[in-house]
Design a protein around this ligand. Structure first.
Ligand SMILES: *Cc1c(COP(=O)(O)O)cnc(C)c1O
Length: 292
């Protein structure tokens, strides 16, 4: 079932002559939800096809991806191993408590070892310790994840002038860009400080399809201090938005991207008459880490 698309109305939007729609990927799967479901879908199929019983992956202590893999493992009968950055803190936070309740084995590694997680030898060592596993990288981004994310676009029944979404590793936006195949324009609002994402996405796209697209850009103006950092103005914006539209956002990704979209509309970034699709990438489990 395609996730629903709904229009949101604001005086700001009618003043500027634009229409804003939200693709509710936060509603796309009962257990996993959001872009992490899109990214896992074909990876789960591939793990099964290759006969793997175990999935091993990486993430921080509040990771939506860890949460998703744990939930998927339980639902689709894989053993799961989560290699977690940093030291164990007890009691477990909600994300890790959920992962554990799904049966995930949690293995903590220090931050400097964590940086080596894509190293072949390090992966081999983990395989030896935990047994042959299907390994999914941090954040879930690989070619099969990008393939899954193209379907966010392929299941739409209408076209829009602009597509706007939050980005972390760039896997989801790569799928969106490829799914659009050069049409319209895509704006990725970065949840991180730093401007390395453009080249990262270029290389993800070239590895995925070898195509070069010029209809996308990364906006670095709405990270609010960096990954998982928040500011009062962001949290106030989110709670006002949530009350008015009866739709939740998360403070790490979708809240920042939605704030960015409103600000861009306010600053006349879009032309009157244009339709914008905001892709709600989910991540609502992450609210708990902020007491929301
Ligand atoms: C992981 C995540 C993102 C970032 O996705 P990437 O594919 O890593 O760019 C955006 N929004 C939410 C809610 C996420 O959980």
């Amino acid at each position: 079932m395609p996730s629903p698309v709904q229009e949101i109305k604001e005086d700001l939007f009618s003043e500027k002559g634009v229409r804003v729609f939200v693709k509710r990927e936060d509603l796309n799967h009962p257990v996993i939800s959001g872009n992490k479901w899109r990214k896992l879908k074909y990876n789960l199929e591939e793990a099964k096809r290759l006969g793997h019983k175990k999935i091993l992956t990486f993430g921080g202590a509040y990771s939506n991806h860890i949460h998703a893999v744990a939930g998927a493992g339980k639902k689709y009968n894989f053993e799961t191993i989560g290699v977690i950055r940093g030291e164990e803190t007890l009691p477990l936070n909600d994300t890790l408590a959920y992962a554990k309740s799904c049966g995930m084995t949690l293995h903590y590694i220090n931050r400097s070892d964590y940086r080596l997680k894509n190293d072949r030898a390090v992966k081999r060592g983990l395989q030896l310790a935990f047994g042959e596993s299907y390994i999914i990288p941090e954040g879930g981004t690989n070619n099969l994840a990008i393939k899954g994310c193209t379907e966010i676009i392929k299941e739409l029944t209408e076209a829009y002038d602009h597509y706007c979404l939050s980005i972390g590793t760039g896997g989801t936006i790569s799928g969106v860009i490829d799914g659009l195949d050069g049409k319209a324009s895509v704006i990725g609002v970065s949840a991180l400080k730093g401007s390395f994402l453009t080249s990262e996405i270029e290389s993800l796209l070239s590895e995925y399809s070898g195509k070069v697209y010029n209809n996308w850009q990364i906006n670095n103006d709405y990270h609010f201090g960096g990954y998982a950092k928040v500011k009062p103005e962001l949290l106030l914006f989110m709670s006002a938005f949530e009350n008015r539209h009866n739709m939740l956002l998360d403070p790490i990704y979708t809240g920042k991207a939605m704030y960015g979209l409103y600000d861009l509309i306010h600053n006349d970034h879009f032309d009157p008459g244009q339709k914008i699709l905001f892709i709600h990438t989910g991540g609502l489990q992450g609210r708990k880490g902020f007491g929301l």
